[in-house]
Design a protein around this ligand. Structure first.
Ligand SMILES: Cc1ncc(COP(=O)(O)O)c(C=O)c1O
Length: 342
């Protein structure tokens, strides 16, 4: 019998309020493809959050959100700057390259993030037909290394981009965790900081499976209907996806879930900080740590988690809305036993 999983926030189940909303949506006949009252309500709630005019396009998953969003920003000869560890670069099986046909210009991150210097190193040859034309920048918030861009860091990137007629996409698979860590609402990570398009994540924050593309730049809105359908991301029975968004945006469930997940990682970091070397500033729901390989082999057979880096033995521990204090304490106690025995 294994304990709680610390492998991914995707290992968590569906939050009961979201499951109840899906069940409640299962009433009678409604129009398909988003032309139903629940989808209308989801759009209203996301517009209340991000601004009255934003485009809202629910999709099935995070890879789909990123690919469709980038399709809306790029022509095939245009490129997107991202970090080398960006999900779009290493965890989407080349879907952006295949479906958009665009090149990804990846740079080494600093603390998991893009910097202006890093971006600058990739944006050259503009106007030269021998070079791809860097047209978009994609940042991940919170990052793949569990760090968070400050609002000023995002503003610096969007200002730099807009001065060069470039767009900024935000991969918000964990936007709620980032917002909770910054003490702001998700809406503060949109137009106020100059982002053009967001992949708004819900699945990792307690949904069964839905994300939404939020289009903040009105000139990009119209084509998204077509890109979404052509990319096979338009759900016919949209009400069940929209119900999840409605539940997440009701009574700040997004915040309750994300703040809890973040707090569980903090609790774990505090409990084991004297035992292992923690490599990241634990701001959201992920911890990266160096653990003896024998210890991590035994511990992960009892509480699943990933070896993040096969070469160094670095591990990643993630918490979610579902992780309890007791789960964290049991994990930390077992780690202590194994380290002290070792
Ligand atoms: C940063 C980031 N972006 C996007 C995704 C979405 O991926 P999926 O297509 O599995 O929903 C993930 C999931 O792990 C992620 O970590």
């Amino acid at each position: 019998m294994t304990g709680a999983s610390f492998a991914s926030d995707n290992h968590a189940g569906v939050h009961p309020e979201i499951m109840a909303a899906i069940v409640a949506a299962n009433e009678g006949f409604v129009s398909a493809y988003g032309d139903d009252p629940i989808s209308g309500h989801a759009t209203e709630l996301l517009r209340a959050e991000f601004g009255g005019e934003v485009g809202v396009f629910p999709v099935f998953n995070g890879t789909g959100a990123n690919v469709v969003a980038l399709a809306g920003l790029l022509r095939p000869y245009e490129a997107v700057v991202c970090t080398s560890i960006a999900h779009i670069n290493v965890d989407e099986c080349g879907a952006p390259e295949r479906f958009i046909g665009s090149k990804l210009l990846d740079v080494e991150p600093v603390d998991g993030k893009l910097t202006i210097a890093g971006i600058e190193s990739m944006v050259w040859g503009i106007g030269d037909p021998h070079h791809v034309q860097a047209k978009a920048i994609s940042i991940t918030q919170s990052t793949e290394l569990g760090t968070v861009y400050s609002l000023d860091e995002i503003r610096a990137i969007t200002s730099w981009a807009h001065e060069r007629n470039m767009f900024v996409h935000l991969d918000g698979a964990r936007i709620a965790n980032a917002a909770a860590a910054l003490g702001v609402r998700p809406g503060a990570l949109g137009a106020d900081v100059g982002v053009d398009m967001i992949s708004f994540g819900a699945t990792k924050n307690g949904a069964m499976g839905v994300e939404a593309i939020i289009v903040l730049n009105p000139e990009l809105n119209e084509s998204m209907h077509f890109f979404r359908k052509q990319s096979m991301q338009l759900a016919s029975k949209m009400r069940f996806m929209s119900a999840q968004i409605v539940a997440l945006m009701t009574d700040d469930l997004w915040l309750r879930n994300a703040a809890h997940a973040n707090a569980m990682s903090r609790r774990l970091a505090d409990a084991v900080g004297d035992l292992v070397e923690i490599n990241n500033n634990v701001q959201v729901n992920a911890i990266f740590a160096m653990v003896d390989r024998d210890v991590s082999a035994q511990l992960s057979s009892e509480f699943p988690f990933y070896i993040w880096n096969e070469f160094t033995g670095q591990v990643r521990w993630m918490t979610s809305w579902q992780t309890t204090e007791a789960d964290v304490d049991a994990f930390a106690a077992r780690l202590r036993e194994l380290v002290e025995a070792g």
